[in-house]
Write a protein that binds this ligand. Structure first.
Ligand code: SF4
Length: 1008
């Protein structure tokens, strides 16, 4: 039986009228009628603003307020379900997705294959499409018929249409299967429950519904066609009042609401409720001083909020007594303003309040769960395992005595050195090997010894999580994960918002448990592990939101939906940029809008663009309404840059000119310091303006010496060079600060994961190979390698190479063999070295292989003085040449240093000459010195004197540089002075070297 009902459209002139009408609705309620009244608002945050507005008004004249049910459409449904004769138990979103996912797999397995891979995110999209169809009051059969009729004629000529048809066949089969499954198992979702509540008389009916939202065409939280049908047919609902502003009605909603609710009785709100004021509030439009400007312009969103904070603080300093909660910032969507407000307003000490929701996945605990998932999906890789051990959210150091400090860092390095690329078995073997080191002998063993406790903990963690990487039923996996989270939960430290963290933990655990239950009930045999499990969990966490309540009595940060219900004096509409005002409509990933438009029950399809222009008109109407929201003043602001990309202002800005608002010019007060950074740079700094926790640190920093102090330019004080090494001096010459960081401070570089041997290890392999070759060549009594000797030398090298390669792992040996022997595309290292031997001038008397320097050598200075420097080094080769000369050769695997910047080869050559002289070879003179690059672009890079210079001049210049560098190091001069400047691009110390000083130097020094 259909209940006779009165359906009214209550027209209000503005948002002020909307709020006074709703105040009238509530004021007229008594406890009995309030329980039977439901006010449908766009969101829960909007409901909270409405409660505040109405209570503020009514409690000024009466002691209590009898509050009706208030909530968005989903809450209205929940209320109706709870009042059904048999309370209806609905499937949760988890249940629905699990059921649909299982059916999608079954349909695909039956041979109706979709043109896409079935992934958790796509199952969610399929469900959204199904809801879209059903909420349009269409059946699955309508969906199939309409789309098929459009697509089938084009199948022969259009591959896209053929693909969409295949997709339609698949989706139809899944949707039909879903409906059959629910029917046969007596399960209910929103659509089944809607039919159930229309069919039965409720035990406690909702008798009066007040609708304050428009339809889905006008707003994303609006009502669907089935919702209007429900309002017309649900039993015992006696009165439906739709409240709308004149602007919204004029934007096309009037026609649509009449079509949706036939027999609608129209009247003005003031006729229905005497509380309604028909006057339209006209706040003043505040504009900046810039001539012709109607909006406040900011660089980016952060700057926009900073301008707001500065303005409000300046106004308050000048005596403006408007309470903070009467200021509202209206955003089209809350993110990222909610995050920015926390830092910007927090930094300015300006309280703000919000009732919006944030993505749960952005909360730190949810991010910590991501670390667990990364470790599982990444096979316990070094980076993922170390990040998990370091997470402050987990407690893993339950080994006897706890983890020693530095053990996790040592593990990080030891795993990188061991070229560990993941795998629990390998991790366990390494942990056992390192734990067995009783007395570490080498540097590597000391590192491994330190890493051993963390390696044991990492192994235990990996064992606990190992089953999650394998395929097991999802409920079992969820139970394992939940057990892990609860066993390793770490109590939060000081300064953590314990209440918020607790809520996040409960929300995350609740989502995991609900997902596990849904699988246990609807898809118990589904297996997941590793990547599938991670993607299913991430998809769920990504869809959850988390309510934040940020204080009270502060500036209100409101989204456009909630703002309509707020009673405020001063409003700023922020972020007026394209794509946000109006908001881009979210599109289905399966079909273009014109195809889904075929399912629209109101055949606006006569003009396919009608829906889009209606939506634009409604968005503009909402903007016009919001311009009139404030009692006193309204501002509009926009910004130019979003993530460094230029953004255009919204076209709504043009509407300001015709809005008919009186203007008020506001001079900007740039002088007022409101942020912590401004307080710090003030003269003198205002420490009291900082947050209490920051004050002691700021005081300490202020006590530091002035930046003119030489220590800021790298003057660290005298330092004793423990052992002079030419390669370290080369490093100093490249950048003294880099030397300081690595040699004095002993800062370690972040390790990288390498599956190939690092360059140093490869270099050692090649050095050893050629050392053994030349030793053997000489042992056989052979001397120089001319063109005639090359085949024999090549044969010997091939034999020795095979012996050396047999010590390498198979994959590495294959790669190294290709490099040594070359291919049809290019010569290998062996041929390169032998060509060099055959082509170099002079005959070789003897080769000194791995020639050792270990003595004090005399080095010359430009001023004629000399310096004795103890030096120890090993030179790859010194060839004693016929005619009394010698040649110094240094092997490099690939890249050779720039001879203008390095001193190594020159210093070695000087030292060799001295050592040969001491050994009695007094007439031996340097003939040449070069780097031999085994794989670089040019094989030889030799010392070349400039025009008019001798080789000895080159050596002397290098000696001077070395002695000067030794003096500078001893005196503690370590400025950040990179040569070349491009060195900084790959430098591991760029975050600690005060690059700003480098920039200052760079500006003053022309590039080389
Ligand atoms: S980033 Fe540049 S200036 Fe800083 S230490 Fe490295 S090389 Fe030197």
């Amino acid at each position: 039986m259909i209940t006779p009902r009165r359906t009214r459209l209550l027209r209000v002139p503005s948002l002020a009228g909307l709020r006074s009408l709703l105040t009238g609705v509530v004021a007229a309620l008594d406890p009995l009628t309030a329980a039977d009244t439901f006010v449908i608002v766009p969101t829960r945050a909007a409901g909270e603003q409405l409660r505040r507005t109405v209570e503020d008004r009514l409690l000024a004249t009466q002691a209590t307020v009898t509050w009706p049910r208030v909530g968005p459409r989903s809450d209205f449904y929940r209320e109706l379900f709870s009042r059904a004769p048999q309370p209806l138990a609905l499937l949760s979103p988890f249940d629905r997705e699990v059921i649909l996912g299982r059916l999608a797999r079954e349909v695909a397995a039956s041979g109706i294959v979709p043109p896409f891979a079935i992934r958790p995110a796509l199952v969610a999209e399929m469900l959204a499409l199904y809801d879209h169809v059903r909420r349009q009051a269409r059946t699955v059969e309508d969906f199939d018929r309409n789309l098929r009729a459009e697509l089938e004629p084009a199948v022969e000529t259009d591959r896209g249409a053929a693909q969409l048809l295949r997709q339609t066949t698949f989706l139809t089969a899944v949707f039909e299967g879903y409906e059959q499954h629910l029917n046969s198992h007596g399960l209910l979702d929103e659509h089944g429950a809607r039919a159930a509540i229309v069919a039965a008389t409720p035990v406690r009916p909702v008798r009066h519904a007040v609708v304050t939202v428009a339809d889905r065409v006008a707003e994303s939280d609006g009502l669907w066609p089935v919702d209007f049908t429900l309002l017309s047919t649900v039993p015992s609902l006696e009165q439906v009042d739709v409240v709308a502003t004149e602007a919204m009605l004029a934007a096309g909603f009037l026609e649509r609401i009449h079509a949706a609710l036939p027999g609608l009785e129209e009247m003005s709100g003031s006729r229905a409720y005497s509380t309604v004021t028909n006057t339209v509030v006209h706040p003043r439009l505040v504009v900046p001083e810039t001539e012709g400007a109607v909006t406040f312009q900011a660089r980016d969103r952060e700057d926009e909020l900073a301008q707001v904070a500065r303005r409000i603080k300046a106004a308050r300093a000048a005596g403006d007594a408007t309470p903070l909660h009467k200021h509202a910032l209206v955003v089209r969507r809350p993110l990222p303003y909610l995050y920015l407000a926390r830092s910007v307003f927090g930094g300015a000490g300006l309280p703000f309040e919000t009732l919006d929701t944030l993505p749960l996945a952005a909360e730190p605990f949810a991010a910590a769960l991501d670390l667990v998932l990364d470790a599982i999906a990444g096979g316990f890789s070094r980076a993922a395992t170390v990040a998990l051990l370091r997470s402050p959210h987990f407690q893993f150091d339950d080994v006897a005595g706890g983890l020693p400090p530095g053990s996790v860092s040592a593990l990080d390095r030891a795993l990188a050195d061991a070229r560990y690329l993941g795998g629990m078995d390998r991790l366990a073997r390494l942990a056992d090997t390192w734990s067995a080191i009783a007395t570490p002998g080498s540097r590597d063993e000391r590192k491994q010894h330190r890493a051993a406790p963390a390696a044991q903990v990492a192994t235990a963690v990996a064992r606990e999580l190992a089953s999650l990487a394998e395929s097991h039923p999802v409920p079992t996996q969820m139970a394992t994960l939940l057990g892990f989270l609860s066993r390793h939960h770490r109590e939060p430290g000081e300064g953590v918002d314990v209440e918020r963290l607790g809520r996040v933990r409960r929300a995350v655990s609740g989502a995991l448990a609900a997902l596990g239950r849904a699988y246990a009930e609807h898809d118990p045999d589904a297996l997941a592990g590793g990547i599938e499990l991670s993607s299913a969990i991430r998809r769920w966490l990504g869809a959850q939101t988390f309510a934040v309540r940020t204080g009270v009595e502060g500036v209100r940060l409101l989204d456009a939906q909630a703002a309509r219900f707020a009673d405020v004096d001063d409003v700023q509409l922020v972020g007026l940029v394209e794509g946000e005002w109006p908001e881009r409509t979210r599109r289905s990933i399966f079909y273009p809008p014109f195809l889904l438009g075929l399912l629209d029950p109101t055949p606006a399809a006569e003009d396919p663009n009608q829906r889009e222009s209606d939506a634009m008109a409604a968005a503009r109407a909402m903007f016009i309404d919001l311009l009139g929201l404030a009692r006193e003043r309204v501002r509009v602001s926009t910004f130019s840059l979003e993530s460094d990309a230029v953004v255009e202002p919204s076209t709504f800005v043009d509407d300001l000119a015709t809005a008919g608002l009186e203007r008020q010019v506001e001079p900007a007060d740039h002088a007022l310091a409101v942020f912590a950074d401004e307080a710090l740079v003030a003269e003198p700094p205002v420490i009291d303006a900082l947050m209490p926790a920051a004050r002691p640190w700021a005081t300490l920093r202020l006590d530091r010496p002035a930046t003119g102090d030489p220590r800021f330019s790298g003057e660290a004080g005298p330092w004793v060079f423990p052992r002079v090494s030419v390669s370290r001096i080369d490093r100093y010459l490249k950048c003294p600060f880099q030397f300081f960081a690595s040699e004095v401070l002993k800062l370690e570089e972040e390790p990288d994961d390498e599956d190939a041997p690092p360059p140093l290890e490869r270099g050692r392999f090649l050095h050893a190979l050629f050392e053994s070759f030349f030793r053997e060549w000489q042992r056989r009594g052979r001397g120089g390698i001319g063109a005639n000797e090359v085949p024999e030398a090549r044969q010997l090298l091939l034999e020795l190479s095979e012996t050396a390669l047999s010590s390498l792992p198979e994959a590495e040996a294959g790669l190294e063999r290709a490099r040594l022997y070359g291919s049809a595309a290019g010569a290998g290292i062996i041929d390169r070295v032998l060509s060099m031997e055959a082509e170099r001038p002079g005959t070789i008397d003897r080769r000194l292989i791995e020639y050792e320097l270990d003595d004090a050598f005399v080095f010359r200075r430009a001023n004629g003085e000399t310096r004795m420097v103890p030096l120890r080094a090993k030179i790859d080769r010194v060839d004693l040449l016929g005619g009394g000369g010698f040649r110094v050769i240094d092997y490099k695997s690939k890249n050779v240093p720039d001879l203008k910047r390095t001193i190594q080869l020159q210093v070695y050559t000087s030292a060799v000459a001295q050592q040969l002289h001491k050994s009695g070879d007094t007439s031996r003179r340097p003939f040449e010195a070069f780097y031999l690059s085994m794989e670089g672009p040019s094989p030889i890079k030799a010392l070349k004197p400039a025009k008019g210079q001798s080789l000895d001049d080159v050596l002397m210049a290098a000696e001077e540089r070395m002695v000067q560098a030794i003096d500078d190091i001893g005196a503690g001069h370590f400025p950040a002075r990179p040569v070349p400047r491009s060195l900084c691009a790959m430098c591991p110390f760029d975050s600690v070297c005060r690059k700003q000083f480098v920039e200052a130097v760079a500006e003053a020094t022309p590039d080389e």
